[in-house]
Design a protein around this ligand. Structure first.
Ligand SMILES: [Zn+2]
Ligand SMILES: [Zn+2]
Ligand SMILES: [Zn+2]
Length: 316
């Protein structure tokens, strides 16, 4: 990864800070301005989010490509690094416009986004222009839809741009830290937010299933953590076995820590993270094999008190 110099880093932190400031303003209006006219709320919200996006793009390019890629060519060509710092201090540094930033992100080597993401950005642009510049009234249906899409847009586009993985943080951890716990807590119940995180999980994880903790389809079975609530079971906390109902390998989880406690008869309720079946899982304390109880049991299976694999009886 590219390393920023001191001046770039200073600038970067300011840009990220301001991007978040506008982002928070835009989102807070969407979430809390229930008493105001929805159209007015969205006009103000769109404006803040647009500024936030521009700053996030700038931050992203600054971080990944360098300062020279975000200032106008004339200043870049005619000034030394020291002179550029001086221009900044005097408030005379000129940065490039939104469309030029967007085009840089469209370049192959730079892109964090897919074609669909750029479509989302363009759609937002169209709506925003309609609302802010031409004052075209949207009907209530369009407004409600836009409200939900805005949230999705913010998480999907703006927060992904701001995501610098200097420290290896899980997405939920990162969003919470960036937005602050109080605000984050309000956000996680929003439909658009939920959709955006589930989409993120679907794209980034190979095998996504239901999270038994938060109930979202955002759990990475391969990496054992949830994109939404960030639950990360300890090693051997959850046992895994195949699902007879849907045929997936390793998709049924059960409480491995407590399965052999006295009184449990080596059996615990399980949950398939794909088809949501709820089998009762038996884990043999001798050979470690697991079985679905109360399914069509075959003779060779181990059961409570007897391990068929090793041919021994045991007590408790
Ligand atoms: Zn979860
Ligand atoms: Zn299943
Ligand atoms: Zn056994």
């Amino acid at each position: 990864m590219r390393r920023m110099n001191d001046f770039e880093r200073k600038l970067y932190h300011t840009v990220v800070h301001n991007s978040l400031l506008f982002l928070e303003d835009g989102l807070k209006r969407l979430i809390t301005d229930g008493n105001n006219d929805l159209g007015d709320t969205i006009v103000l919200s769109c404006t803040s989010i647009q500024i936030s996006l521009e700053l996030a793009m700038r931050a992203y390019i600054l971080r990944n490509k360098g300062l020279e890629f975000i200032i106008v060519k004339k200043q870049k060509d005619n000034n030394t690094d020291e002179e550029i710092e001086k221009l900044y201090a005097e408030n005379r540094l000129k940065v490039i416009e939104f469309e030029a930033l967007k085009n840089q992100l469209k370049e192959k080597d730079a892109s964090v986004f897919t074609k669909e993401d750029f479509q989302i950005i363009d759609d937002f642009q169209t709506y925003r222009n309609k609302l802010v510049h031409f004052c075209c009234p949207l009907d209530n249906n369009e407004l409600s839809k836009l409200k939900e899409n805005l949230m999705y847009y913010v998480v999907r586009v703006v927060l992904c741009l701001l995501y610098d993985n200097y420290e290896e943080k899980k997405p939920a951890e990162y969003f919470e830290e960036l937005l602050g716990w109080d605000f984050y807590r309000t956000l996680i119940n929003d439909k658009g937010y939920i959709r955006a995180i589930q989409q993120l999980a679907k794209e980034q994880a190979k095998d996504v299933g239901l999270c038994p903790i938060c109930g979202r389809i955002a759990y990475s079975i391969e990496d054992e953590f949830c994109y939404f609530c960030n639950v990360q079971p300890l090693e051997d906390e959850w046992g895994r076995t195949e699902c007879i109902a849907c045929g997936r390998k390793n998709s049924v989880i059960y409480d491995k820590m407590n399965i052999h406690l006295k009184g449990n008869h080596h059996s615990m309720p399980g949950l398939c993270q794909h088809c949501e079946s709820h089998p009762q899982i038996f884990e043999c304390p001798i050979c470690g094999q697991t079985y679905w109880q109360f399914s069509d049991k075959e003779d060779w299976m181990c059961y409570d008190g007897h391990c068929t694999t090793q041919g021994v009886d045991y007590k408790d």
